[in-house]
Design a protein. Structure first.
Length: 227
């Protein structure tokens, strides 16, 4: 399939030529926390077909946004990872995500990937709320581990050993997103086995309040009626 060309010198038009096709930006999102195998990408993007994923990966590689490389033994598997320039697209994903979170029709109950959950924290983080909070929160989702580091009103999240953090949160990313953004009860999710918290529980309870959602934009009916 021929890529969309706008015949327009605007940088935004060229950006859409590069990553405007369906799934392209979500593939970039999934690679923001490190390299992944083809099978990992399909697992985190359940709606994509193998053929479309292959096509998008080839296009993104041709445009120097990502590279395909072989892991050294004993893994010897092929993985995809973003180039340094490709990593700069994180700002695009964050800005689009924050803007779309204001949509009246956004449904936060839909499935969410691990990368999307973690990136949402980078996007919605409030430095003001975190001014006097410091510590490390470890996350374990199945066989993936990450560490969030808080200090001086800043947050960094990356791959790391969860056990080395002050508090470790294990479970499903959907449950974590529900606690942070959906107002779900942490205690109830723990009782149901969806999440497990070990260590400095007070730190985690403060952590989940650091990600306020932006206010919703008026819906179409409100705009028509002026309310």
């Amino acid at each position: 399939m021929k890529k969309r060309v706008y015949e327009d010198a605007c940088g935004a038009a060229h950006a859409l030529e590069l990553i405007g096709d369906r799934w392209a930006l979500l593939i970039i999102r999934e690679l923001l926390f490190g390299a992944k195998r083809f099978s990992d990408l399909r697992k985190s993007l359940p709606g994509i077909s193998a053929n479309v994923l292959t096509q998008r990966l080839e296009e993104l590689e041709a445009d120097a946004i990502l590279v395909r490389r072989k892991l050294p033994p004993p893994a010897a598997a092929w993985v995809y990872e973003l180039t340094p320039w490709g990593l700069e697209a994180e700002e695009l994903v964050k800005v689009i995500g924050r803007w779309a979170a204001r949509s009246p029709s956004h449904d936060p109950s839909l499935p969410i990937s691990v990368a999307s959950t973690l990136l949402s924290m980078r996007t919605m983080f409030s430095p003001e709320r975190a001014r006097n909070i410091s510590g490390k929160i470890g996350f374990r989702f199945a066989d993936e581990e990450f560490v969030a580091t808080l200090g001086k009103g800043k947050l960094s999240i990356g791959r790391g050993r969860a056990e080395e953090a002050d508090v470790v949160v294990e479970g499903h990313q959907q449950a974590l997103a529900g606690v942070i953004y959906g107002g779900l009860s942490l205690a109830k999710l723990e009782k149901a086995g969806a999440l497990k918290v070990r260590g400095d529980r007070a730190l985690f309870e403060r952590y989940i309040g650091l990600f306020p959602l932006p206010p919703k934009a008026p819906d179409a009916q409100a705009l028509r009626t002026g309310r």
